[in-house]
Design a protein. Sequence first.
Length: 115
Amino acid sequence: MTARSAEHVAALSLDLKHEPLPAEQVLLGNPSTATHELEDVAGCSVGVWEMTPGKAVDTETEEVFVVLSGSASIAFLDENYTLNVGKGDIVWLRAGQRTVWTVTETLRKVYFTGE
């Protein structure tokens, strides 16, 4: 197989298959998530992730993401701080942070996670 010089993914129109979140993570509504993994880049996982409206808890991994569409608030439980995110925002999450995601409009992001 020959290596390609570039790879193109239309991240905004990518058809994603959603799965419901585990019940123990859901605080409100019926949010679902979907992920499309791309190839690793320099030891980092890269992909597209989406969550439908609802409220859910999570424990983060080391991650940088760019919001492509939608809106949400991310409450950082250990820091008593809430961040509102929307299209064009770049966010850095640190491993181990406990968060509550409240998605008000289906949120789609491109993420980069360390290993």
